[in-house]
Design a binder for this molecule. Structure first.
Ligand code: ZN
Length: 498
């Protein structure tokens, strides 16, 4: 190992240790910390993230990247290290172009904005949040212009969450979805709703947790390399392929929601556990958001909302939660695919979820392309809701105030959710060409073969490839929404007898 490479590895190791301690603190804060201890935790996290940022942006680190990017060093590296140098240097150069005092000002504004959003949502009063949202829009614009002065602002934002993604690609995919799926949704709305009265009840929380553990190991979550916890909103946190943690939120009166959150987060976790361990301490462990979401959604929707998934395990569900013994599998299947218009994204079914994302994407474009300002957004939001879902929010809490993403400037993040779903349609068709019918695999209880396929094709590669590269290599074609549209049409035509 050259002396330069040795120093570079030392630097990567140092970054890893900061990542570990910050993840530890974050996990503790989200799952364990009592309310009165919050400020201590935030203090500690701020301290370590500041230190990490200071090291990552120091002159010395810049020189290190410069040296590693020189051909004689770079060419001798393996692919994961090449990626680490390339991405690290890009981020270093980007960060260097952002004036430090501007950055601090923006971080402070974002904290204030987050608090304002919380209060506004609670009181359903958009006026309290509007000026802060406008500030975050303006800060984001400037921030991105510093980082990538020659690139279009919204495309840079999209690229930050999924490398290589731009609005030309997303426009094409989302438009196709809208044109085909809105009419499908309208047809479903003409049909009678399934009766879901039998799901009301009191479900023991401990039994729900046992069921979660069962479902997680059924789909392939390795409990030797992961643990489960509880938090207000379910999430997945990785410390490395050998330690991936998922949380859930349990409700005494609704057992179904937690089952699907478990399968969703389980999908994220199985991906993380499957990454080639040789990638630890390189950029190859950082997976793009759309590809990540494609895996959680594949488990949750493509597999979990398929009746065949439940055939081998439905008796078990009844063992853990005896109320389910009286609910026929068909009734359960209808309920987990119950299409209905709803105001809240996180409560939406698999089909209408797409519209919630398209709405947010169109608004983000309106903001960053057409210069629409914060004052105009609630009306636009409500109009689009009516256009896509046929319902109009009665207040802003069930409209524009529902998500926290924009309050801290996370613009460009939402589209990754739907891109994940679009990729799933493509993965499903390719998988069936190579493995045969997924319905058969599932009803035979051979889900391990499905997880094995996903592992080989996707998981073990971690973040080595961009989304476009992954799709090309796994499916042998460019991104298209046609497979997922076919999936939706076939599935819901059968369920609703269209
Ligand atoms: Zn997710």
């Amino acid at each position: 190992m050259s002396e330069k490479l040795e120093r570079f590895r030392e630097y990567l190791n140092q970054m890893e240790q900061y990542k570990q301690i910050m993840a530890q603190l974050e996990w503790d804060m989200q799952t364990q910390t009592p309310k009165k201890g919050y400020d201590f935790k935030i203090d500690a996290i701020t301290y370590f993230s500041g230190e990490r940022f200071r090291i990552a942006t120091s002159e010395e680190t810049g020189k290190l990247f410069e040296e590693m990017a020189a051909p004689e060093e770079y060419e001798a590296l393996d692919d994961a290290m090449k990626l680490t140098v390339r991405r690290g240097k890009r981020d270093y150069d980007r960060n260097k172009r952002v004036p430090a005092d501007f950055y601090e000002e923006m971080v402070r504004a974002s904290n204030v904005s987050g608090k304002a959003w919380e209060e506004a949502k609670q009181k359903s009063d958009y006026g309290l949040f509007c000026p802060h949202l406008q500030k975050m829009i303006d800060y984001t614009r400037r921030y991105v212009a510093y980082m990538e002065p020659d690139k279009e602002v919204y495309d840079t934002l999209l690229d930050m969450y999924e490398e290589g993604m731009d609005s030309a690609v997303i426009d094409r995919l989302f438009l196709q979805m809208k044109e085909e799926l809105v009419p499908l949704f309208r047809k479903i709305m003409e049909k009678p709703e399934p009766d879901n009265g039998c799901f009301a009840g009191d479900y023991d929380i401990n039994r729900q947790k046992e069921l979660q553990a069962y479902l997680l190991s059924y789909i392939g979550f390795d409990k030797e390399a992961g643990v489960t916890g509880e938090s207000e909103h379910p999430f997945t946190m990785e410390f490395g392929p050998g330690d991936v943690r998922v949380t859930n939120h349990f409700d005494r009166h609704d057992a179904v929601n937690a089952m699907f959150s478990a399968i969703h987060e389980g999908g994220h976790a199985i991906f993380e556990q499957g990454i080639n361990p040789a990638y630890v301490k390189t950029a190859a462990v950082d997976i793009g958001m759309a590809v990540h979401e494609s895996q959680s959604r594949f488990y949750e929707n493509i597999l979990g909302r398929n009746i065949n998934f439940w055939k081998p395990v439905y008796d078990k569900v009844g063992e853990y939660l005896p109320q389910f013994r009286d609910i026929p599998l068909d009734t359960f299947y209808r309920e987990i695919n119950h299409v209905r218009p709803s105001f809240i994204r996180t409560a939406a079914d698999e089909l209408t979820y797409c519209f919630h994302i398209i709405l947010r994407y169109e608004l983000e474009k309106a903001i960053f392309r057409d210069g629409v300002n914060a004052e105009e957004l609630p009306r636009l939001w409500n109009d689009k809701m009516e256009e896509l879902l046929g319902i109009r929010p009665q207040n802003d809490a069930e409209g524009i105030l529902q998500d926290m993403h924009w309050s801290d400037g996370s613009f460009g993040y939402f589209p990754t959710y739907l891109l994940g779903t679009i990729f799933d349609g493509m993965f499903l068709e390719t998988m069936e060409q190579e493995l045969g019918s997924v319905d058969t695999l599932l009803s035979d209880g051979r889900i391990g073969e499905i997880t094995g396929w996903l592992h080989e094709k996707i998981h073990k590669h971690g973040g080595m490839r961009t989304a476009a590269e992954t799709i090309r290599e796994v499916c042998g074609q460019e991104m298209t929404a046609e497979p997922i549209i076919r999936y939706f049409k076939k599935k819901y035509t059968a369920i609703y007898g269209l």
